[in-house]
Design a protein around this ligand. Structure first.
Ligand SMILES: [Ca+2]
Ligand SMILES: [Ca+2]
Length: 471
């Protein structure tokens, strides 16, 4: 008992010491950023010069590229409002886990990095690590932002964070992350009007992995971002990529107007494995909203195409043109889990399986035993696409317990022991553990969360497999 008490006190002391250190370190970082940052400002408010002695607020540098060349590891470069006609490559200085190098818009400012046209240039990050890049608008380049191994000539970057960046009106892709790159976070990124050079077929919003060559880019997270009006896929995960997380994003008007290569793609597209990664890629696609995927003559599109192993839950899909499948699982390889999505589409096209190991349960959309076909009466405001559940909806407490995979709902609400079908858990007390014979829960077959994957639970295959495309 004594030892335990002593241990507890010691643990408390260690915690307090850690708290002191953390607080001190945090204070130091903030102080350093406030007093030690350097500045780029071409507005003319303060006369700028790209010379070594500059970099202060009163004597700023003129170009972002020069500023980056002057800062040291873990330092902060702030860029103030203005249009900077630049295409540059960030090759460092690398930060450290404790002190990232920060290249950022000055707080409240939105500097624009403008290229020289849709057929040349890009902003690139390569061969470096622990860099935070935030607050910029990137436009009028061939591609917006590349995070890669410099076309195979350099080392892949890692631990790069891109926050509050907007990429719009570019010749090809908005953002490309490739070349074996790892540990990249895109947070609150906006991408629109891609594929504008008129000759290229590559107009993806966010392109992860390689095209023809094997590419094991992995551990990429795209979060809280908005990707719309992309000529090709909104977010594409190429074969060979693995362990990526696509969460909390909004995608619309993707694959629009639709190039030749976008036929067969999804607003979120997970490509079939390329054979360079030997186990389930385990991509995680959750809490996204996909809507308004419009009809284009001669083009086939999907809301989400699952071409290899992935877990897909708590997504909301609506206004997917009735010619298209909302969620399509094809390319028979690794297991897919499709749980708790709300899919406002005809039951025959909500989730379509073509010969894959698909476990499809607790969705609103498919009309099968462990799912529920869409019904406007389920929702608070169906007409306004508010798919939170109305009190008394038949899908409340009607799901099987999949909390080991889906502990929370779309809104972050904890799912109770009788999960509701669809993306939203209704806030109401769960029923008692004693079922009545009329409860849907016990009327349904339940395999349990640890059970074997159930094959083809949504729909039998009835359409031909998608033809592989080069990019
Ligand atoms: Ca419930
Ligand atoms: Ca593509």
């Amino acid at each position: 008992m004594k030892g335990s008490t002593t241990g507890s006190i010691r643990a408390h002391a260690v915690f307090f010491r850690l708290f002191q250190l953390t607080t001190f370190a945090g204070f130091w970082i903030v102080s350093h950023a406030a007093t030690g940052a350097t500045y780029v400002d071409n507005s003319g408010v303060a006369a700028c010069s790209d010379s070594p002695g500059n970099g202060s607020t009163s004597n700023p540098w003129c170009t972002v590229a020069y500023g980056i060349s002057r800062i040291g590891s873990g330092e902060t470069l702030y860029v103030k409002n203005g249009t900077y006609n630049e295409s540059f490559t960030i090759k460092g200085p690398a930060g450290t886990p404790a002190a990232h190098t920060i290249i950022s818009a000055y707080p409240g400012h939105v500097p624009v990095l403008r290229g020289s046209g849709f057929n040349s240039g890009r902003i690139k990050i390569t061969g470096t690590s622990y860099i935070d890049f935030s607050g910029f608008v990137i436009t009028n380049h061939n591609q917006g932002l590349y995070i890669d191994d410099d076309g195979g000539t350099g080392t892949p970057p890692n631990h790069i964070t891109v926050t509050d960046v907007t990429v719009h009106d570019v010749g090809q892709e908005g953002v490309a992350i490739r070349g074996g790159t790892t540990n990249i976070l895109l947070d609150r990124v906006t991408v629109y009007n891609t594929g504008r050079n008129g000759t290229s077929t590559n107009g993806e919003g966010i392109y992860i992995g390689g095209g023809n060559a094997p590419d094991n880019t992995s551990t990429i997270t795209v979060r809280n971002s908005t990707i719309h009006d992309t000529q090709d896929e909104g977010i594409e995960l190429k074969g060979g990529t693995h362990d990526c997380v696509i969460e909390g994003n909004t995608l619309y008007s993707n694959l629009s107007p639709g190039s030749a290569y976008s036929s067969g793609g999804g607003a979120i597209e997970i490509n079939n494995p390329s054979g360079t990664y030997g186990s389930n890629p385990n991509h995680l696609i959750r809490n996204n909203v996909i809507h308004d995927i419009e009809f284009t003559s001669g083009i086939t599109k999907y809301g989400i195409r699952i071409g290899t192993g992935a877990t897909v839950y708590n997504n909301v899909l609506y206004n997917i043109n009735s010619a298209y499948k909302a969620i399509y699982s094809n390319q028979a390889d690794y297991a897919r889990l499709v749980y708790h999505n709300t899919i406002d589409a005809s039951s025959s096209l909500a989730v379509v399986n073509f010969g894959t190991r698909l476990d499809c349960r607790n969705n609103i959309g498919p009309s099968t035993a462990t799912n529920a076909a869409i019904n406007s009466a389920f929702f608070i405001n169906y007409a306004a696409h508010d798919y939170r559940l109305a009190a008394g909806a038949a899908v409340i407490h009607a799901g099987v317990d999949l909390r080991s995979v889906v502990p929370l709902d779309f809104a972050g609400q904890t799912r109770d022991s009788f999960p509701d079908e669809g993306a939203f858990e209704h806030v109401s007390a769960p029923p008692s553990r004693t079922h009545k014979s009329t409860d849907r829960v016990i009327a349904r077959p339940t395999s349990g969360t640890g059970g074997p994957i159930q094959f083809a639970r949504c729909l039998l295959p009835f359409l031909s497999s998608r033809t592989a495309k080069p990019r």
